[in-house]
Design a protein around this ligand. Sequence first.
Ligand SMILES: [Zn+2]
Length: 283
Amino acid sequence: MKPDQPAFAPPSDADARRAKPAVICYPTDALAPPDHQAMQGRRASATHRATCVILPRDARCTTVPAGGFFRITCPDGAQVGDLNLWSATDLTEHFYSGKTRALHGTHLSTGDRLWSRFPNMRPMATITEDTLDWYGWDADGGSVHDVIGTRCDPYTGRLLSGSDYHYCCHSNLTRALADHTGMSLAEAESYVHDVLNVFMCTGFTNDTHQYFMKASPVRKGDYLEFFAEIDLIVGLSACPGGDCGDEHTSDKAACYPLVIDVFESTEPFTSPAPNAYDRSHGR
Ligand SMILES: [Zn+2]
């Protein structure tokens, strides 16, 4: 724990130092905005290809072709999902939640892109519809669909409670990727990464700036829809926290299924090129 009082006295110009203007680290003005009109046109002619049901406290993977769409729906009780994305042709190219957060902010909604890790660092998916976009920011500073939590996992559970729980999102995604690819659990686990917390309501407390969660505002029928920028393997876990209004990493919370619907478009589409940096790193 941090001490209650600072160990060092503030300088005489402390207020002036604190009053410096905040500067956005990564302005996105130079990025071409998503072409919503073109995406709406593609979506109108896209055909439903598959439905993937994710059972409570479990995860599944499904594929989505570039130029298609996938919709994550809450079909029953309030339920949070942990989303992983991989390139279908190269599992080492996966979603980079940290850089996505640096570019688009702590919580995502319509128009935000989900970027892949270095060196490709390109859009993997773009959010095209969000039925929870009305939520905005609540009085606690919370909002929905965050990229600040990592995913619930048995290692942190063991660290903080001393017991093992096997149906955290990390383990669920590990089993799902192993089942989808035929890899061993150990190999699949190395590809599981930090998530987009679909439908989850989170923020940082005002006093201690700790990560908090509160009951998701998601209702039956709410959905988050994405345009697939590259050929994707989509992994989704129905978190053991349920609506994440109380606790996760246990069997205590009421949990419900989630659904992924995949829509395929026959219109031609060219995926974004990998990042153009030459990777010489100064040598
Ligand atoms: Zn979870």
